[in-house]
Design a protein around this ligand. Structure first.
Ligand code: FES
Ligand code: FES
Length: 163
């Protein structure tokens, strides 16, 4: 990272590709993803750490990207919803959300899916209670959560069976 008086030039690796971005140190990761890199799959809701719409993976762990400065992404591996599907083939978590009707308006869905991917990878999607507890930082105003929990458990089973 090279510094000038007001901006820094950052090498930011997102979805396996490194981008050189000139930005102010105060800029949030979510804004850089959406506005500089055009990755608008990551939604911006509350901007105050409450809703989870902005959840991405950083080094494989779910992070609310409105809580992280973009400069903190230097040297880390950032992954967004755009990187999950393999062409036309949905990631198992995306497919489970579709199969189980785990979305309605879809605003919370990218964040919900990314948080679920991390949850499943960490082996913590073991039962309904664990999933509900782990996703309590991701809010959904439409679904009532039942189908989201069902989708996460279904995807966890499928992913575990493939391991
Ligand atoms: S926009 Fe980041 S938690 Fe709501
Ligand atoms: S599907 Fe609308 S907010 Fe969750």
């Amino acid at each position: 990272m090279t510094e000038s008086t007001e901006t820094v030039t950052l090498d930011l690796t997102v979805n396996g590709r490194t981008h050189q971005v000139e930005l102010e140190p105060r800029e949030l990761l979510v804004d850089v993803l959406r506005e500089r890199l055009g990755l608008t799959g990551t939604n911006l809701g509350c901007e105050t750490t409450s809703c989870g719409a902005c959840t991405v993976l950083v080094d494989g762990r779910s992070v609310k990207s409105c809580t992280m400065l973009a400069v903190q992404g230097q040297g880390r591996d950032v992954r967004t919803i755009e990187d999950l599907a393999d062409g036309e083939v949905l990631h198992p978590v995306q497919a489970a959300f579709q199969r189980c009707h785990g979305l309605q308006c879809g605003f919370c869905t990218p964040g919900m899916v990314m948080a679920s991917v991390s949850l499943i990878d960490e082996g913590r999607a073991t039962d309904e209670q664990s999933v509900r507890a782990a996703l309590k930082g991701n809010l959904c105003r439409c679904t009532g959560y039942q189908n989201i929990v069902a989708a996460v458990l279904s995807a966890a089973q499928e992913i575990e069976a493939d391991r």
